[in-house]
Ligand binder design. Structure first.
Ligand code: SAM
Length: 278
């Protein structure tokens, strides 16, 4: 097999979701770098894969990166796996991928399960544009500020969520986005108690509050994007925009006014070009 680093996706619950190519790669490489070696052993044993395994974390010391680089530099190959799903997606690997590329080594993806994409594909929400937000900040203040910054976002929002925080997060989303915004709770995807429930944020918060089982396991929360605003540029926004455009490039001025008013940057930019052209 070609020398290099192989970024291998592993199942997010159902062991059958490991691809045939992933099995081949995990069998064929010289070394597997795993987020948690004991955790990955269960998967490897299931597939009778006997490749040596070492621990790799983004805060592993330089020796771990050095060992991987040495193996690849000598013409070998290394597979990177995380506990579940696609490495680097809210999981370790970013530092390693960059280090291997910078050293001139090939980095090959071996695609497969990813909780965000799996949940999105069965959510019933718009999939043409989505924004992966990963985990919200744990602290309420930072979480609420992040949610406030997403209020006008028109792409579907995708969050990873810890079970002990899901109710609080849904309640915070009701406050930030309004009770009627459509959302989906995707829990234990591909596992025995898989639950995919679409409803308003208020309904989902009630569902999770009433049933403690919904506060268990692994969870993806998805929130429909804000409706495209067909509103016109208000006189106040127009005045601000014109004033700022005297000091700043048009795109920057449109961006600032979009942040302040919640209007769309593109709409403001086009408005500015239109009035400048007059
Ligand atoms: N790299 C992984 C991926 O590709 O999805 C994600 C790793 S992240 C540390 C773990 C989070 O992913 C969980 O807290 C949960 O939000 C989500 N997750 C993982 N497996 C899941 C599943 N089977 N069902 C729902 N969410 C899942």
């Amino acid at each position: 097999m070609d020398s290099g680093l192989y970024v291998v996706a592993t199942p997010i619950g159902n062991l059958g979701d490991l691809s045939a190519r992933a099995v081949q790669v995990l069998q064929g490489v010289d070394l597997i770098a795993a987020e948690d070696t004991r955790h990955s052993q269960r998967l490897l044993q299931h597939y009778a894969i006997a490749t040596p395994v070492m621990a790799y974390h983004d805060h592993s010391d330089e020796r771990a990166v050095g060992k991987i680089a040495e193996c690849i530099g000598g013409g070998g190959s290394v597979a990177l796996v995380s506990d579940a799903g696609t490495p680097l997606i809210s999981d370790p690997g970013y530092r390693l991928v960059r280090a291997m590329q910078d050293a001139g080594f090939a980095v090959h993806p071996v695609p497969g399960a990813c909780a965000a994409v799996a949940a999105l594909s069965a959510s019933g929400l718009a999939t043409d544009r989505f924004l992966f937000e990963g985990f919200l900040p744990a602290r309420a203040g930072a979480r609420d500020r992040r949610l406030a910054s997403l209020v006008g976002e028109t792409a579907t929002l995708v969050f990873y969520e810890a079970p002990h925080r899901v109710l609080e997060s849904l309640q915070a989303m009701v406050e930030a986005f309004g009770p009627g915004r459509e959302a989906v709770l995707a829990r234990e995807v591909t596992k025995a108690f898989e639950t995919i429930r679409r409803g308003s944020l208020a309904e989902l918060a009630g569902f999770v509050a009433d049933d403690s089982n919904q506060r268990k396991g692994e969870i993806v929360l998805l929130v429909a994007g804000a409706r495209e605003r067909a509103t016109e540029v208000t006189p106040e926004a127009a005045a601000l925009l014109q004033r700022l455009a005297r000091e700043l490039p048009a795109k920057t001025a449109a961006g600032v006014v979009a942040d302040l008013t919640g209007l769309r940057k593109k709409q403001l930019y086009e408005f500015l070009l239109e009035i400048k052209g007059k």
